[in-house]
Design a protein around this ligand. Structure first.
Ligand code: BGC
Length: 722
């Protein structure tokens, strides 16, 4: 492995976010509009009209004098909830597994186009809280996996995609809302450094991407509700990150009138509790203002922020009327297919059993091979795990316009080869042998599901009770492996599943980690099983050998975040725990070789001191190091590789051994090679120094690891920060 320390200074990239939204202009307009409003109109702009009192899950009152509409805020992060003819895009965790910036952005854009077509002003997503520190966490699948860098890129691409269409995005849930158990009472107590380096990080990317709004979460931090937490809202979000948009509550996450207002809350949702009762703003806010308990400037600031976001996205121009029944699907399902497919991770492929080679007969086993017999949308908010799995459950769901089930898609594809298909669409071990006898290979489907805690599915109150496959999946695989020599296990899951029992069956030759593919479940799987697409997804989390290895589980009491920075692969690396399949892992039908690492830059140690722009100090966002490497496809078939860059900090920084700080996906024909370039920003080599309250580049030697996963490092180079 080679490394160079070059004297050439890397040209610093522009610190400005790469889109055209202009807060300055928006604020100018908001300021003028504000001066014409009465206090009652202002209060109406910051207060939801009440649960179930408008067409959307959140609504505020219109102010006709400034042509301000009844604002429509609607779930959610993967598509328009309660709409009747939209696409159900893949969940965040699936698109994260593609590690594909273009697909992330396109997904955001297509969702934005659908929301705009429905007349929705604010899309309640994307999600980077939960961060995902607890693998059982019920809502992890709504977000992008437990790495701040991958999350940050995913948030920014999604937000820029959404907002490019003129729809306001909403970064949620801010912050430290890591589990469903006791989510509305738990206090999350985290140290300042961990807060910055893990949990706040993706929100910084969101602010840098000019996100219009942020949703404060249900939980407390250090015993104070997030939605009235001065440190979280005023200090971290608005001052330190320079957030210029508005903070809205999660639905009923407000607990006070004045305290929330002075702490930085700007909008309350939905404006009544779910029974239509108690509200803290509206007339109570008016009373507090009139009694002098709250300065009127604060109300003006709330309104200015909300109006500025509305002007920022150009929503004061022509905007479609609200109609959740419009058909806005367009050709957007192409993105669902691509993300469902490219988010599939091939975990095991012994003897190259895959791709399938014109089998004579295939046996399919498992209830997850077919669509829910009661109907693809028969469970409210997808609150069941019956039939093929496409997403978790809760408010972050949408109705499927259609559902491609594995058995149907495989049957269709099999006709091309004249393959006979037999099916046991059941999880009963007794019907296995008839389905797989005489088959060249058996494909068995197992699942694991989770969701939001207001729905309980098979005794899982949102969070998963364990990390085992549901419906006796281990026993089902054992039964199939007893009846067939060539078993392919397909896993549809919200997050890591412990695979040890499955892997202990020698006849299990392949494991296809198909994630949460939404409406394109079967089609995406066929693409990979048959090699029409070379698998190219990588795990956005670690699959451990034992659930205990993660060191975290849902907390019954207040949570002190004792694991600190050591979440997911950061912990496995630090503690020397062997994962089963590590973060960033994924096989291909071809091979890639890595060579010629080149590390270029001259980092200077010390704090970032730039002026505060959206996202924090401007210099934090400058590229100061470039790492390049050559990647060659040496395996004989076309494929795509996600090359990953991890940074090892100087010992004195006390950081996890490796941290993801770059990734690029390269599509390469057989025998082709290309150069991959990673642009490393100042923030990518900074630590949060709690004493000086600044992002600081530590002095000493940095190592830049380039590889195919967090444990398959192929090259490394070093640089000294002077
Ligand atoms: C969820 C939010 C959602 C809101 C409105 C809450 O229960 O936590 O994610 O946007 O409901 O449906």
């Amino acid at each position: 492995m080679r490394s160079w320390i070059l004297s050439a200074i890397v040209a610093a990239s522009s610190a400005a976010a790469d889109n055209t939204l202009d807060w300055g202009v928006a604020y100018g307009k908001a300021h003028s509009a504000l001066s014409t409003l009465t206090q009652d109109e202002k209060v109406a702009i910051v207060t939801g009209v009440g649960w179930n009192k408008g067409p959307c899950v959140g609504n505020t009152a219109a102010v006709s004098s400034i042509k301000y509409p009844q604002l429509c805020l609607q779930d959610g992060p993967l598509g328009a909830r309660y709409a009747t003819s939209v696409n159900a895009f893949v969940p965040g965790i699936q698109v994260a597994a593609t590690w594909d910036r273009a697909l992330l952005r396109q997904r955001g854009q297509f969702m934005g186009e659908e929301f705009k077509g429905l007349g929705i002003h604010v899309l309640l997503g994307p999600v980077s809280g939960p961060f995902g520190k607890v693998p059982h966490g019920g809502r992890n699948w709504e977000g992008f996996g437990p790495d701040p860098y991958l999350q940050g890129i995913a948030m920014a691409e999604t937000i820029e995609g959404i907002q490019s269409t003129g729809v306001q995005a909403n970064a949620k849930h801010y912050i430290l809302n890591e589990q469903e158990l006791n989510r509305e009472t738990i206090s999350s107590n985290v140290d300042d450094r961990t807060m910055h380096e893990l949990y706040l990080w993706p929100f910084a990317d969101s602010v840098h991407a000019n996100v219009a709004s942020v949703m404060c979460s249900y939980n407390k931090i250090n015993s104070t509700w997030v939605c009235e937490n001065d440190n979280a809202l005023n200090k971290l979000l608005k001052k330190e990150l320079g957030f210029q948009g508005y903070v809205m509550t999660d639905w009923n996450a407000q607990h006070s009138t004045v305290a929330s207002a002075v702490s930085g809350l700007d909008m309350t949702m939905p404006g009544s509790d779910f029974d239509g009762g108690s509200i803290y703003w509206g007339s109570k806010l008016t009373a507090a203002l009139n009694a002098g308990q709250l300065v009127k400037d604060r109300l003006d600031d709330m309104v200015r922020r909300i109006l500025a976001a509305w002007y920022l996205l150009g929503q004061d121009g022509e905007y479609p009327a609200i109609n959740l029944k419009a058909n806005v699907q367009g050709n957007h399902k192409t993105n669902v297919r691509a993300t469902a497919r490219d988010g599939i991770v091939l975990l095991k492929n012994e003897g190259n059993i895959l791709p399938l080679k014109k089998p004579t007969k295939l046996g399919l086993v498992g209830s997850a091979a077919v669509v829910n017999p009661q109907g693809m949308n028969s469970c409210t908010d997808q609150g069941c795990n019956t039939g093929a799995l496409g997403m978790g459950w809760g408010s972050g769901t949408a109705s499927y316009p259609y559902f491609s089930a594995p058995a149907d898609a495989i049957k269709t594809r099999a006709q091309t080869d004249g393959t006979q298909i037999s099916l046991s669409a059941s999880d009963s071990t007794s019907s296995v042998s008839s389905a797989v006898s005489g088959a060249d290979a058996a494909i068995v489907f197992v699942t694991s599901d989770s969701g939001e805690g207001y729905i309980t599915v098979e005794n899982n109150v949102g969070d998963r009770n364990n990390l085992d496959p549901w419906h006796n999946g281990n026993d089902l695989v054992k039964a199939v492996a007893a009846a067939s020599d060539n078993v392919i296990v397909v896993v549809h899951s919200v997050g890591p599943v412990i695979l040890e029992t499955i892997l202990a069956q020698p006849n299990v030759k392949a494991i296809v980690w198909a994630g949460l593919p939404s409406q394109e479940n079967g089609n995406a799987l066929v693409d990979v099983l048959y090699g029409d697409t070379n698998p190219n997804g990588k795990l956005p989390y670690t699959i451990a050998k034992s659930a205990n290895d993660y060191g975290t589980s849902p907390s019954k009491t207040d949570d002190n975040f004792k694991e600190g920075l050591y979440v997911d692969y950061r912990k496995f690396d630090h503690d020397g725990i062997e994962p089963r399949y590590e973060f960033g892992y994924g096989l291909s039908y071809t091979n890639f070789t890595y060579s010629d690492i080149f590390v270029d830059g001259r980092p200077v140690s010390g704090p970032a001191t730039g002026e505060i722009i959206s996202g924090g100090p401007a210099d934090l966002w400058e590229t100061i190091i470039t790492v390049t490497a050559t990647i060659k496809n040496t395996g004989g078939v076309k494929g795509a590789e996600v090359a990953q860059l991890y940074v090892g900090y100087p010992e004195s920084a006390s950081t996890p051994p490796k941290q993801l700080r770059g990734f690029e996906k390269l599509v390469l024909d057989a025998d082709a090679s290309d150069i991959v370039a990673f642009n490393i920003k100042r923030r990518d080599i900074s630590v949060w120094d709690t004493a000086s309250q600044a992002w600081t580049v530590p002095k000493g030697t940095f190592t830049f690891f380039v590889g195919s996963s967090s444990r398959d490092i192929r090259l490394n180079g070093t640089l000294e920060a002077v």
